[in-house]
Design a protein around this ligand. Structure first.
Ligand SMILES: Cc1cc2nc3c(=O)[nH]c(=O)nc-3n(C[C@H](O)[C@H](O)[C@H](O)COP(=O)(O)OP(=O)(O)OC[C@H]3O[C@@H](n4cnc5c(N)ncnc54)[C@H](O)[C@@H]3O)c2cc1C
Length: 393
């Protein structure tokens, strides 16, 4: 049975998160304009709020499944602001998702409490992660991996306690030679070089990492499988599994902001006397109302693709295709929605008096990181048409 209703407990949790998010939103402009500053780990107001975990304990089997409510909470948080939060959660970096997907039980227990970034991208390797040049060489005498290379655009890079990073054991083996490793901060040879300046999500922490003869214990290879598969890319597929949960999550980040843009636009249009009521025929509706409602429909459709991908994950079903669909649909929708809101509000849309122009800049990243929109469309087409990488590239 398909049921799109949320339970009372789910709604209570989401209302609570939105209340916190509105407090965080008050600081959004400050950190946008002062890019070199990091928002605090915890806002002063946090003492007045018990935290969402106090409510999560009220959930039971009747409530919306774990990953789905996680996506809805994410949207409610970024509805306030992408980077400023009441409390920065520990253990919720992209690297934590990678640890969950590819780590052994022992590794998850050991590092689960750390905030982990994920570093794949390099100066010569972005959309095609099989081009990773960073190397990991085993020193059998000391039982250590020796890492050398550079990683760029690492989200949560400065603040994280460690990183899940991709390196190749053998460049000639291509994708099969790539493995993921956990490197903790303060490891000699691991340098965090700077915070990136950006168009949007300016308060966000985006760093560059340099590894120079960086030695980590042999047990830091995620999943522990050191052998390079001879045929196919089985090992690589293992590390790629991370994206099945992080891609819907990145779409959710963007959809929280586009929802904020829609809510602001609705408020302004209604104040200006525009009738946005539903149910009137198209002949009786203004072009402004028709356009606004089309943007709302786009938002709902994109949100549903995110929930579908997360729900499949909760059912233990494969969701590779749906994760890419949610990322592609989310990435293009949030751009169209925020741009459409600016068009509807005219000069107010681009004024720095309001946050709409910021949401427009902030959502742009949704279609870039975790695989661009073009790459998601490639994955979707390959999966549906049953083509392999060599047949469709
Ligand atoms: C703010 C920010 C945060 C980021 N966070 C992280 C992070 O935490 N960890 C991490 O590892 N990386 C991160 N990234 C990097 C991001 O994942 C890459 O920028 C992205 O994967 C694209 O890679 P690229 O920039 O090298 O572009 P390229 O791969 O050079 O692509 C350039 C353009 O060509 C298109 N293109 C490429 N190949 C094809 C093809 N086969 N068919 C059609 N079009 C194609 C792309 O879609 C894109 O439009 C982040 C980036 C930013 C901006």
């Amino acid at each position: 049975m398909i049921d799109f209703n949320l339970t009372d407990t789910d709604n209570k949790i989401l209302d609570y998160v939105r209340t916190e998010a509105l407090v965080a939103r008050k600081y959004a402009r400050h950190y946008d304009e002062n890019e070199a500053e990091f928002p605090p780990e915890e806002l002063d107001e946090a003492k007045d709020f018990p935290g969402v975990w106090s409510l999560m304990g009220e959930r039971n089997d009747e409530d919306t499944s774990q990953s789905v409510i996680g996506m809805l909470i994410t949207m409610a948080e970024t509805w306030g602001d992408y980077s400023v939060r009441m409390r920065k959660g520990r253990g919720v970096g992209l690297g934590n998702a990678a640890l969950g997907a590819a780590g052994t039980e022992e590794q998850r227990a050991k590092w689960g409490g750390l905030l982990l970034s994920m570093a794949i991208t390099e100066p010569g390797c972005g959309s095609d992660p099989s081009l990773v040049q960073t190397t990991a060489v085993l020193d059998e005498e000391t039982d250590e991996w020796v890492i050398n290379g550079e990683k760029i655009f690492v989200t949560t890079g400065c603040r994280a306690d460690g990183v899940v990073m991709w390196a190749t054991l053998d460049r000639s083996a291509g994708r099969a030679g790539i493995k993921s490793f956990l490197v903790e901060k303060e490891t000699p040879g691991f340098q965090v070089s700077h915070k990136e300046k950006k168009l949007g999500i300016r308060a966000d922490d985006t760093a560059t990492y340099v590894f120079t003869d960086c030695r980590i214990p042999r047990g830091n290879l995620l999943g522990g499988k050191e052998e390079i598969p001879k045929a196919g890319s089985g090992g690589f597929r293992g590390v790629m599994k991370t994206f099945n949960i992080t891609r819907p999550m990145t779409a959710a980040f963007g959809l929280g902001m586009s929802k904020a843009a829609l809510d602001f636009t609705r408020e302004q249009l209604e104040q200006a006397g525009v009738d946005l009521s539903y149910g009137t025929g198209t002949q009786g509706q203004s072009a402004v109302a028709a356009k606004f409602q089309r943007l709302e429909a786009l938002q709902e459709a994109a949100e549903l693709t995110v929930c579908h991908a997360a729900w499949l994950s909760d059912q233990g079903q494969p969701n590779n295709l749906e994760a890419s669909i949610s990322k592609a649909k989310g990435g293009s929708s949030v751009r169209e929605i925020t741009q459409g809101c600016i068009e509807l509000l005219g000069p107010m849309g681009i004024s720095r008096e309001h946050l709409l122009e910021k949401w427009f800049r902030d959502v742009r990243i949704t279609d870039i990181y975790e695989g661009t929109g073009q790459i998601q469309n490639l994955i979707i087409a390959r999966t549906i048409l049953e083509y392999d990488r060599s047949q469709l590239k």
